[in-house]
Design a protein around this ligand. Structure first.
Ligand SMILES: *Cc1c(COP(=O)(O)O)cnc(C)c1O
Length: 396
Protein backbone atom coordinates (compact mmCIF):
# COMPACT_ATOMS: atom_id res chain seq x y z
CA UNK A 1 0.00 0.00 0.00
CA UNK A 2 1.28 3.46 -0.82
CA UNK A 3 2.19 5.47 2.22
CA UNK A 4 -0.17 8.14 0.94
CA UNK A 5 -3.24 5.89 1.03
CA UNK A 6 -3.90 6.14 4.70
CA UNK A 7 -7.35 6.13 6.19
CA UNK A 8 -9.22 9.34 6.72
CA UNK A 9 -9.08 9.83 10.45
CA UNK A 10 -12.14 10.22 12.51
CA UNK A 11 -11.84 13.63 14.19
CA UNK A 12 -12.12 12.17 17.65
CA UNK A 13 -9.06 10.02 17.06
CA UNK A 14 -6.89 12.87 15.85
CA UNK A 15 -4.40 14.41 18.22
CA UNK A 16 -3.92 17.96 17.05
CA UNK A 17 -0.50 19.22 18.09
CA UNK A 18 0.07 21.91 15.46
CA UNK A 19 -1.39 25.03 17.12
CA UNK A 20 1.48 27.22 15.91
CA UNK A 21 0.23 26.59 12.36
CA UNK A 22 -3.38 27.30 13.23
CA UNK A 23 -5.88 26.68 16.03
CA UNK A 24 -9.44 25.35 15.95
CA UNK A 25 -12.12 28.02 15.96
CA UNK A 26 -13.58 28.45 19.46
CA UNK A 27 -17.29 27.46 19.44
CA UNK A 28 -18.12 30.76 21.15
CA UNK A 29 -16.37 32.67 18.34
CA UNK A 30 -18.32 30.74 15.73
CA UNK A 31 -21.54 31.48 17.63
CA UNK A 32 -20.71 35.20 17.68
CA UNK A 33 -19.99 35.18 13.94
CA UNK A 34 -23.09 33.34 12.75
CA UNK A 35 -25.52 36.28 12.79
CA UNK A 36 -23.15 38.26 10.55
CA UNK A 37 -22.77 35.39 8.12
CA UNK A 38 -26.52 35.05 7.77
CA UNK A 39 -29.23 37.59 8.64
CA UNK A 40 -27.16 40.65 9.54
CA UNK A 41 -25.18 40.84 6.34
CA UNK A 42 -25.14 44.63 5.96
CA UNK A 43 -22.17 46.64 4.78
CA UNK A 44 -20.83 48.82 7.63
CA UNK A 45 -20.49 51.63 5.10
CA UNK A 46 -24.24 51.70 4.34
CA UNK A 47 -26.38 54.27 6.09
CA UNK A 48 -29.50 52.15 6.47
CA UNK A 49 -30.33 50.21 9.61
CA UNK A 50 -28.80 46.94 8.35
CA UNK A 51 -25.52 48.67 7.53
CA UNK A 52 -25.45 50.50 10.82
CA UNK A 53 -26.00 47.23 12.68
CA UNK A 54 -22.86 45.87 11.04
CA UNK A 55 -20.97 49.11 11.73
CA UNK A 56 -21.91 48.88 15.40
CA UNK A 57 -20.69 45.27 15.55
CA UNK A 58 -17.31 46.30 14.12
CA UNK A 59 -17.07 49.30 16.45
CA UNK A 60 -17.92 47.26 19.51
CA UNK A 61 -15.44 44.50 18.54
CA UNK A 62 -12.77 47.18 18.09
CA UNK A 63 -13.51 48.63 21.52
CA UNK A 64 -13.42 45.23 23.23
CA UNK A 65 -10.14 44.34 21.56
CA UNK A 66 -8.65 47.69 22.55
CA UNK A 67 -9.54 47.03 26.16
CA UNK A 68 -7.97 43.55 26.09
CA UNK A 69 -4.79 44.75 24.38
CA UNK A 70 -4.53 48.01 26.36
CA UNK A 71 -4.51 50.22 23.31
CA UNK A 72 -6.83 52.88 21.93
CA UNK A 73 -9.57 51.70 19.56
CA UNK A 74 -8.10 54.04 16.93
CA UNK A 75 -4.74 52.32 17.20
CA UNK A 76 -6.25 49.10 15.78
CA UNK A 77 -6.22 48.60 12.00
CA UNK A 78 -7.91 45.41 10.84
CA UNK A 79 -6.03 43.38 8.23
CA UNK A 80 -6.46 40.00 6.54
CA UNK A 81 -4.09 38.42 9.07
CA UNK A 82 -0.56 38.34 10.41
CA UNK A 83 1.24 38.43 7.06
CA UNK A 84 -0.57 41.55 5.92
CA UNK A 85 0.01 43.24 9.30
CA UNK A 86 3.75 42.46 9.09
CA UNK A 87 3.96 43.82 5.53
CA UNK A 88 2.10 46.98 6.47
CA UNK A 89 4.09 47.55 9.66
CA UNK A 90 7.44 47.37 7.88
CA UNK A 91 6.36 49.49 4.91
CA UNK A 92 4.91 52.08 7.30
CA UNK A 93 8.13 52.28 9.31
CA UNK A 94 10.23 52.39 6.14
CA UNK A 95 8.10 55.25 4.81
CA UNK A 96 8.62 57.11 8.09
CA UNK A 97 12.34 56.42 7.91
CA UNK A 98 12.63 57.64 4.33
CA UNK A 99 11.04 60.93 5.34
CA UNK A 100 13.61 61.24 8.17
CA UNK A 101 16.41 60.39 5.75
CA UNK A 102 17.06 57.10 7.58
CA UNK A 103 17.48 53.88 5.64
CA UNK A 104 18.76 51.20 8.03
CA UNK A 105 16.59 48.44 9.52
CA UNK A 106 17.53 45.88 12.18
CA UNK A 107 15.71 42.56 12.41
CA UNK A 108 16.55 38.91 13.07
CA UNK A 109 17.23 35.85 10.95
CA UNK A 110 14.58 33.91 12.91
CA UNK A 111 11.65 36.09 11.83
CA UNK A 112 8.62 34.80 9.94
CA UNK A 113 8.86 34.93 6.12
CA UNK A 114 6.22 37.70 6.14
CA UNK A 115 8.85 39.88 7.79
CA UNK A 116 11.93 38.49 6.03
CA UNK A 117 10.49 38.74 2.52
CA UNK A 118 9.22 42.27 3.13
CA UNK A 119 12.70 43.22 4.33
CA UNK A 120 14.05 41.72 1.11
CA UNK A 121 11.71 43.97 -0.83
CA UNK A 122 12.80 47.01 1.18
CA UNK A 123 16.42 46.14 0.49
CA UNK A 124 15.63 46.27 -3.23
CA UNK A 125 14.19 49.75 -2.56
CA UNK A 126 17.46 51.04 -1.15
CA UNK A 127 17.22 50.18 2.54
CA UNK A 128 20.10 48.42 4.26
CA UNK A 129 19.11 45.52 6.47
CA UNK A 130 20.99 44.02 9.41
CA UNK A 131 19.72 40.55 10.35
CA UNK A 132 20.85 39.49 13.81
CA UNK A 133 21.54 35.82 14.43
CA UNK A 134 20.15 34.38 17.65
CA UNK A 135 22.31 32.38 20.04
CA UNK A 136 22.21 28.58 20.06
CA UNK A 137 19.04 28.71 22.18
CA UNK A 138 17.20 30.87 19.64
CA UNK A 139 17.41 34.07 21.62
CA UNK A 140 18.22 37.64 20.53
CA UNK A 141 19.71 39.92 23.18
CA UNK A 142 19.20 43.64 23.79
CA UNK A 143 22.98 44.05 23.60
CA UNK A 144 23.01 42.68 20.04
CA UNK A 145 20.36 45.19 19.01
CA UNK A 146 22.18 47.98 20.79
CA UNK A 147 25.44 47.17 19.00
CA UNK A 148 23.71 47.17 15.59
CA UNK A 149 22.00 50.56 16.04
CA UNK A 150 23.42 53.48 14.08
CA UNK A 151 22.34 57.03 13.30
CA UNK A 152 20.76 55.80 10.04
CA UNK A 153 18.52 53.23 11.80
CA UNK A 154 14.79 53.90 11.44
CA UNK A 155 13.30 50.57 12.56
CA UNK A 156 13.93 47.50 14.70
CA UNK A 157 11.63 44.51 14.14
CA UNK A 158 11.90 41.53 16.50
CA UNK A 159 9.14 38.98 17.02
CA UNK A 160 7.67 38.47 20.51
CA UNK A 161 7.59 34.65 20.41
CA UNK A 162 9.24 32.55 17.72
CA UNK A 163 6.86 30.25 15.86
CA UNK A 164 9.32 27.35 15.53
CA UNK A 165 10.91 27.20 18.97
CA UNK A 166 8.41 29.06 21.16
CA UNK A 167 11.26 31.20 22.48
CA UNK A 168 10.17 34.51 23.95
CA UNK A 169 12.37 37.42 22.93
CA UNK A 170 13.16 40.38 25.23
CA UNK A 171 10.90 42.77 23.32
CA UNK A 172 10.05 45.02 26.27
CA UNK A 173 13.73 45.87 26.77
CA UNK A 174 14.40 46.22 23.04
CA UNK A 175 11.36 48.48 22.68
CA UNK A 176 12.54 50.68 25.54
CA UNK A 177 16.00 50.94 23.97
CA UNK A 178 14.50 51.93 20.61
CA UNK A 179 12.37 54.59 22.24
CA UNK A 180 15.42 56.26 23.81
CA UNK A 181 17.13 56.23 20.38
CA UNK A 182 14.17 57.64 18.45
CA UNK A 183 13.89 54.43 16.42
CA UNK A 184 10.55 52.75 15.65
CA UNK A 185 9.99 49.28 17.06
CA UNK A 186 7.77 46.61 15.47
CA UNK A 187 7.01 43.19 16.86
CA UNK A 188 5.34 40.24 15.17
CA UNK A 189 3.27 39.11 18.16
CA UNK A 190 1.25 36.53 16.24
CA UNK A 191 2.43 33.68 18.51
CA UNK A 192 2.04 35.76 21.67
CA UNK A 193 -1.36 37.45 21.54
CA UNK A 194 -3.87 35.48 23.57
CA UNK A 195 -1.10 33.38 25.12
CA UNK A 196 0.92 35.81 27.21
CA UNK A 197 -0.19 39.14 28.70
CA UNK A 198 0.67 42.07 26.43
CA UNK A 199 0.09 45.70 27.32
CA UNK A 200 0.41 47.94 24.29
CA UNK A 201 0.15 51.13 26.38
CA UNK A 202 2.84 49.99 28.79
CA UNK A 203 5.27 48.42 26.32
CA UNK A 204 7.04 50.98 24.15
CA UNK A 205 6.03 49.22 20.95
CA UNK A 206 5.08 51.35 17.93
CA UNK A 207 3.75 48.59 15.65
CA UNK A 208 2.42 45.14 16.56
CA UNK A 209 1.05 42.38 14.32
CA UNK A 210 -1.54 39.82 15.37
CA UNK A 211 -3.63 37.12 13.68
CA UNK A 212 -6.94 35.67 14.88
CA UNK A 213 -6.49 32.09 13.70
CA UNK A 214 -3.53 31.64 16.06
CA UNK A 215 -5.76 32.25 19.09
CA UNK A 216 -8.86 30.22 18.20
CA UNK A 217 -10.37 32.91 15.99
CA UNK A 218 -11.25 32.65 12.29
CA UNK A 219 -8.73 32.66 9.44
CA UNK A 220 -8.32 35.65 7.16
CA UNK A 221 -8.51 38.32 9.85
CA UNK A 222 -5.90 40.01 12.00
CA UNK A 223 -4.78 43.46 12.99
CA UNK A 224 -1.93 45.91 12.99
CA UNK A 225 -1.67 47.98 16.16
CA UNK A 226 -0.12 51.30 15.26
CA UNK A 227 0.82 53.85 17.90
CA UNK A 228 -1.07 57.16 17.85
CA UNK A 229 0.83 59.72 15.81
CA UNK A 230 1.93 57.18 13.21
CA UNK A 231 -0.43 56.31 10.32
CA UNK A 232 -0.17 52.97 8.50
CA UNK A 233 0.53 53.44 4.80
CA UNK A 234 -2.18 51.63 2.82
CA UNK A 235 -1.28 48.44 0.98
CA UNK A 236 -4.79 48.40 -0.48
CA UNK A 237 -6.24 51.61 -1.83
CA UNK A 238 -9.91 52.24 -2.43
CA UNK A 239 -12.67 53.25 -0.04
CA UNK A 240 -11.92 55.01 3.21
CA UNK A 241 -12.21 52.01 5.53
CA UNK A 242 -9.81 51.81 8.52
CA UNK A 243 -9.41 55.60 8.28
CA UNK A 244 -7.92 55.31 4.81
CA UNK A 245 -5.24 52.81 5.82
CA UNK A 246 -6.91 49.68 4.49
CA UNK A 247 -9.57 49.84 1.82
CA UNK A 248 -12.22 47.17 1.36
CA UNK A 249 -15.53 46.32 3.01
CA UNK A 250 -14.84 45.21 6.56
CA UNK A 251 -14.77 41.46 7.29
CA UNK A 252 -17.62 41.83 9.78
CA UNK A 253 -17.95 38.16 10.86
CA UNK A 254 -14.17 37.90 11.02
CA UNK A 255 -13.79 40.97 13.20
CA UNK A 256 -16.59 39.84 15.52
CA UNK A 257 -15.15 36.32 15.76
CA UNK A 258 -11.64 37.64 16.41
CA UNK A 259 -12.84 39.87 19.27
CA UNK A 260 -14.72 36.99 20.87
CA UNK A 261 -11.76 34.61 20.47
CA UNK A 262 -9.46 37.17 22.05
CA UNK A 263 -11.85 37.70 24.95
CA UNK A 264 -11.93 33.94 25.63
CA UNK A 265 -8.16 33.54 25.31
CA UNK A 266 -7.49 36.42 27.67
CA UNK A 267 -10.08 35.26 30.19
CA UNK A 268 -8.61 31.76 30.30
CA UNK A 269 -4.99 32.79 29.83
CA UNK A 270 -3.61 31.92 33.25
CA UNK A 271 -5.30 28.55 33.48
CA UNK A 272 -4.42 27.62 29.88
CA UNK A 273 -0.86 28.75 30.34
CA UNK A 274 -0.36 26.57 33.43
CA UNK A 275 -2.03 23.58 31.76
CA UNK A 276 -0.02 23.93 28.54
CA UNK A 277 3.24 24.42 30.48
CA UNK A 278 2.64 21.13 32.32
CA UNK A 279 1.96 19.35 29.02
CA UNK A 280 5.09 20.86 27.44
CA UNK A 281 7.28 19.82 30.35
CA UNK A 282 6.07 16.26 30.15
CA UNK A 283 6.38 16.15 26.36
CA UNK A 284 9.92 17.56 26.53
CA UNK A 285 10.98 15.03 29.18
CA UNK A 286 9.43 12.18 27.21
CA UNK A 287 10.97 13.13 23.87
CA UNK A 288 14.41 13.79 25.32
CA UNK A 289 14.52 10.19 26.56
CA UNK A 290 14.83 9.14 22.92
CA UNK A 291 18.57 8.72 22.33
CA UNK A 292 20.32 11.52 20.40
CA UNK A 293 17.37 13.88 20.68
CA UNK A 294 17.98 17.56 21.38
CA UNK A 295 15.68 20.35 22.46
CA UNK A 296 15.60 23.43 20.22
CA UNK A 297 15.42 26.48 22.42
CA UNK A 298 15.33 26.61 26.15
CA UNK A 299 12.67 25.55 28.64
CA UNK A 300 13.17 28.67 30.74
CA UNK A 301 12.32 31.08 27.91
CA UNK A 302 9.52 29.04 26.38
CA UNK A 303 6.41 31.16 26.20
CA UNK A 304 3.90 29.11 24.29
CA UNK A 305 2.95 25.49 23.74
CA UNK A 306 5.80 24.77 21.36
CA UNK A 307 8.17 21.84 21.89
CA UNK A 308 10.73 21.56 19.11
CA UNK A 309 13.37 18.84 19.01
CA UNK A 310 15.93 17.52 16.57
CA UNK A 311 16.18 13.75 16.36
CA UNK A 312 19.53 12.71 14.92
CA UNK A 313 19.55 10.40 11.90
CA UNK A 314 15.82 10.78 11.18
CA UNK A 315 14.18 12.24 8.08
CA UNK A 316 11.48 14.47 9.47
CA UNK A 317 9.18 14.00 6.47
CA UNK A 318 9.00 10.23 6.99
CA UNK A 319 8.48 10.70 10.71
CA UNK A 320 5.69 13.22 10.12
CA UNK A 321 4.03 10.96 7.58
CA UNK A 322 4.02 8.04 9.99
CA UNK A 323 2.76 10.23 12.82
CA UNK A 324 -0.01 11.50 10.56
CA UNK A 325 -1.01 7.91 9.82
CA UNK A 326 -1.31 7.43 13.55
CA UNK A 327 -3.58 10.47 13.72
CA UNK A 328 -1.01 12.85 15.18
CA UNK A 329 -0.76 16.28 13.56
CA UNK A 330 2.67 17.82 14.08
CA UNK A 331 5.05 19.81 11.92
CA UNK A 332 8.66 20.00 10.85
CA UNK A 333 8.92 23.67 11.66
CA UNK A 334 6.73 26.36 10.27
CA UNK A 335 3.75 25.43 8.12
CA UNK A 336 5.20 27.60 5.38
CA UNK A 337 8.43 25.62 5.07
CA UNK A 338 6.84 22.20 5.53
CA UNK A 339 7.12 20.20 2.34
CA UNK A 340 10.17 22.12 1.22
CA UNK A 341 13.09 19.89 2.04
CA UNK A 342 15.49 22.63 3.13
CA UNK A 343 16.26 22.78 6.83
CA UNK A 344 14.42 25.53 8.65
CA UNK A 345 15.95 29.01 8.41
CA UNK A 346 15.27 29.45 12.12
CA UNK A 347 17.25 26.39 13.21
CA UNK A 348 19.99 27.32 10.73
CA UNK A 349 20.25 30.80 12.24
CA UNK A 350 20.68 29.14 15.67
CA UNK A 351 23.73 27.34 14.33
CA UNK A 352 22.15 23.90 14.27
CA UNK A 353 23.87 21.78 11.61
CA UNK A 354 21.78 20.92 8.54
CA UNK A 355 21.98 17.13 9.09
CA UNK A 356 20.51 17.53 12.55
CA UNK A 357 17.94 20.14 11.47
CA UNK A 358 16.63 17.64 8.90
CA UNK A 359 15.30 15.68 11.87
CA UNK A 360 13.46 18.66 13.35
CA UNK A 361 10.05 18.01 14.78
CA UNK A 362 7.71 20.64 16.23
CA UNK A 363 4.74 19.95 18.44
CA UNK A 364 2.63 22.93 19.41
CA UNK A 365 0.07 22.26 22.08
CA UNK A 366 -3.11 24.12 22.86
CA UNK A 367 -5.59 24.47 25.70
CA UNK A 368 -7.67 21.49 24.52
CA UNK A 369 -4.80 18.98 24.53
CA UNK A 370 -4.68 16.47 27.39
CA UNK A 371 -1.91 14.69 29.30
CA UNK A 372 -3.18 11.42 27.84
CA UNK A 373 -2.60 12.79 24.34
CA UNK A 374 0.91 13.84 25.32
CA UNK A 375 1.64 10.31 26.57
CA UNK A 376 0.37 8.91 23.24
CA UNK A 377 2.61 11.31 21.30
CA UNK A 378 5.66 10.29 23.32
CA UNK A 379 4.90 6.58 22.87
CA UNK A 380 4.31 6.86 19.10
CA UNK A 381 7.36 9.01 18.40
CA UNK A 382 9.55 6.65 20.42
CA UNK A 383 8.22 3.64 18.49
CA UNK A 384 8.56 5.26 15.08
CA UNK A 385 12.10 6.48 15.74
CA UNK A 386 13.10 3.01 16.91
CA UNK A 387 11.66 1.50 13.71
CA UNK A 388 13.22 4.10 11.40
CA UNK A 389 16.61 3.84 13.04
CA UNK A 390 16.38 0.07 12.78
CA UNK A 391 15.80 0.14 9.01
CA UNK A 392 18.21 2.96 8.33
CA UNK A 393 20.86 1.24 10.44
CA UNK A 394 20.32 -1.94 8.36
CA UNK A 395 21.00 0.02 5.19
CA UNK A 396 24.23 1.29 6.63
C1 LIG B 1 1.15 32.43 11.42
C2 LIG B 1 2.16 33.50 11.56
C3 LIG B 1 2.15 34.62 10.71
C4 LIG B 1 1.19 34.75 9.55
O1 LIG B 1 -0.12 34.97 9.96
P1 LIG B 1 -1.30 34.75 8.89
O2 LIG B 1 -2.51 35.26 9.59
O3 LIG B 1 -1.37 33.29 8.65
O4 LIG B 1 -0.96 35.54 7.70
C5 LIG B 1 3.08 35.61 10.93
N1 LIG B 1 3.98 35.52 11.92
C6 LIG B 1 4.02 34.47 12.76
C7 LIG B 1 5.02 34.44 13.86
C8 LIG B 1 3.12 33.42 12.60
O5 LIG B 1 3.18 32.37 13.42
Amino acid sequence: MSVFQHNIQNDSEVIYADHAATTPLAPEALEAMLPYLAGSFGNPGSHHTMGQQAARAVLSARERMAELLHCRPREIYFTSGGSEADNQALLTAADWGRRQGKHHIISAALEHPAVLRTLGFLESQGFSITLLNPNRKGWISVEQVCAALCTDTCLVSIMTVNNETGMRQPVEEIAALCRTQGVLFHTDAVQAVGQIPLDFAEMQIDLLSLSAHKFHGPKGIGALLCRKGLTPVPLIRGGGQERGSRAGTENVPGVVGMAEALRLSCAGMEASHAHIARLCDRLTDGLLRIPKTYLNGDRACRASGIVSVCIAGIERDMLLLLLDQDGICASAGSACSAGALQPSHVLKSMGIPDELARGALRFSLGRDNTMEEVETIIRKVTEIVRTLRGTQGGMG
